[in-house]
Write a new protein. Structure first.
Length: 388
C-alpha cells in the first residue's frame, strides 16, 4: 500500500483546489445563508462547472463515458469539494455515487442505455431513497410497497431525508414487493419522475442547509415493470454492497470539513493577537491544532484504506464502517475545536467555521449512524450480529 499520492493524483488535487479557491469558496458562505436549499437552476449551474473536473461518473469505465479513475483520486476530488462547500458536495455525492453505480452494476442494457448518459450529463438529477419516516437504521422493515399490476408496479409510501429529493428527476426507490419475506422481499425500482410523478417536501435542517433534503410521497405511482433493477427481492443485498463505498464517501466529506477547519484555525491563530502575541504562540492553542491534525490524518488513512480495498474488488464492511464512524465523529470534534480557536468569532456567520461545525453535525447519520457502523465492526470482529 502506497501512503502518498502519485503524480497524477497530486495534479488532480492541485487543479481541484485551485478551482475551488477561485469558483466555489467565494460563494459558499453566501449561498449557505441564502438558499435553504439551492434552487435547481443554481445547483445545476454549479454542477456543470464541476463535471469537467471529473466530479460525475469519472470512476466509471470508458464504455460508460467515465475515465476509470481510481478511488483514491475520487477521494481527493471529494475532499477538495467538501473543504469548499459540503452542501454542494452532498448533491454531487448522490449524483455520482448514489444511483449511477447501481445502474452500472445491476441495470439491464436498456436501463443503462437510457439513464447512464442522462445522469452523467446532468439531464437527470438522481436520488437514492431508502429511509422512511418510521424506518431508519432498521432498513429491512420498509413500509413502502410496490405491487405488480400488469406491466406496472403500483408504488405507495413515503421516503424521507432524501438528498437531492426536491430537485430529482430520477429516484432509485427501495420498496417491499413481498412483505412476508422481510429483507428478501425488498426490490429496487427506477422511478423516472417524467413518467411516474411523485411529490416532494423540503426538510429544513441544522447543517448542509443548501443541499436539498426532502420527503418524497408516492401515491399509486405507476412505475413500468421494466424499471425494476435486478430481480424482485434482491435489493437489500444490492444496497448493502453499494453502501460500503457510500459510507467511505461520507467519511471523505467529513475529511474535507476537518481540513477546512484546520486551515481556518491555523490562519486565525497566526493573525489574531492577545497579550501582545499571536494566539498561535500559546501552547494550548497549538495543542488544539495538533489534535485536529492528528485526527484528520488518522481519518484520511482510514478512508484511503477502505477505498483501496474496494478498488481491489472487495466489499470491506469493517474498514468502510471504521472510516465512516471515525471520520464523521472526528469532524464534529475538529470543527468544534476550530470554533474554540476562533473564540467568539467562531460562532459568528462572519467566519466559515460555524458552517463547518453545523455541516459536520449532519454527517454522523447518512448511510448508517455511528452506532450502526460500530455494530457492523463488532459483527465483523466477533462473528456475532447484534442486529436481531
Ligand atoms: C444529511 C442527511 C442526508 C441523508 N440522505 C439520505 C438519502 O439520500 N437517502 C436515504 O435513504 N436516507 C438518507 N438519510 C437518512 C439516514 O440514512 C438516516 O438518518 C439513518 O439511516 C438513521 O436513521 P434515523 O435517522 O431514522 O435514526 P434511527 O434509526 O431512528 O436511530 C435513532 C438513534 O438510535 C440509534 N440506533 C438505531 N438502531 C440501533 C441499534 N440497533 N443499536 C444501537 N443504536 C441504534 C441510532 O444510531 C440513532 O442514534 C440522510 C440523513 C441525513 C442526516
Amino acid at each position: 500500500m502506497i501512503l502518498e499520492l502519485d503524480e497524477a493524483q497530486k495534479i488532480l488535487k492541485k487543479n481541484a483546489r485551485d478551482f475551488m479557491e477561485r469558483e466555489i469558496i467565494p460563494i459558499a458562505d453566501e449561498y449557505d445563508r441564502k438558499y435553504h436549499p439551492l434552487p435547481k437552476d443554481v445547483a445545476l449551474g454549479l454542477l456543470k462547472k464541476l463535471v469537467p473536473l471529473g466530479y460525475v461518473g469519472s470512476t466509471l469505465p470508458p464504455e460508460y463515458g467515465g475515465q476509470g479513475l481510481d478511488l483514491i483520486s475520487y477521494a481527493v476530488l471529494g475532499e477538495e469539494l467538501a473543504r469548499a462547500y459540503l452542501s454542494l458536495g452532498m448533491i454531487v455525492l448522490i449524483q455520482d455515487s448514489g444511483v449511477l453505480p447501481i445502474i452500472v452494476a445491476h441495470g439491464t442494457p436498456e436501463q443503462k442505455a437510457k439513464y447512464i448518459p442522462k445522469i452523467m450529463s446532468l439531464e437527470k438529477i438522481s436520488c437514492f431513497c431508502l429511509t422512511e419516516p418510521d424506518v431508519g437504521s432498521g432498513a429491512r422493515d420498509l413500509k413502502t410497497s410496490a405491487a405488480l399490476d400488469g406491466d406496472h408496479y403500483i408504488l405507495n409510501g413515503t421516503k424521507t431525508w432524501i438528498t437531492n429529493g426536491g430537485i430529482a428527476d430520477l429516484a432509485v426507490v427501495f420498496a417491499s414487493t413481498d412483505r412476508s419475506k422481510g429483507a428478501r422481499g425488498i426490490s429496487c425500482l427506477l422511478v423516472d419522475k417524467a413518467e411516474s410523478p411523485f411529490t416532494t417536501r423540503e426538510l429544513p435542517k441544522l447543517g448542509c442547509r443548501s443541499c436539498p433534503t426532502s420527503e418524497l410521497n408516492f401515491e399509486d405511482c405507476r412505475v413500468p415493470r421494466s424499471n425494476l433493477i435486478g430481480t424482485e427481492g434482491s435489493a437489500y443485498l444490492l444496497a448493502l454492497g453499494e453502501l460500503a463505498k457510500l459510507r467511505v464517501a461520507v467519511g471523505v466529506g467529513a475529511l474535507g470539513l476537518a481540513q477546512a477547519s484546520i486551515d481556518a484555525a491555523v490562519k486565525y491563530a497566526q493573525e489574531r493577537k492577545q497579550f501582545g502575541r499571536p494566539i498561535g504562540s500559546f501552547q494550548l492553542i497549538q495543542e488544539m491544532i495538533a489534535d485536529m491534525a492528528i485526527m484528520t490524518d488518522a481519518a484520511r488513512f482510514l478512508c484511503y484504506r477502505a477505498l483501496y480495498l474496494i478498488d481491489k474488488g472487495q466489499i470491506p464492511f469493517k474498514e468502510a464502517s471504521m472510516a465512516k464512524a471515525y471520520s464523521t465523529e472526528m469532524a464534529v470534534m475538529v470543527t468544534s475545536k476550530a470554533i474554540q480557536v476562533h473564540g467568539a468569532y467562531g460562532i459568528s456567520e462572519e467566519y466559515p467555521v460555524e458552517r463547518y461545525f453545523r455541516d459536520a453535525r449532519t454527517l454522523t447519520f447518512p448511510d448508517g449512524a455511528t452506532q450502526i457502523q460500530k455494530l457492523v465492526i463488532g459483527r465483523e470482529m466477533l462473528g456475532i450480529s447484534a442486529f436481531v
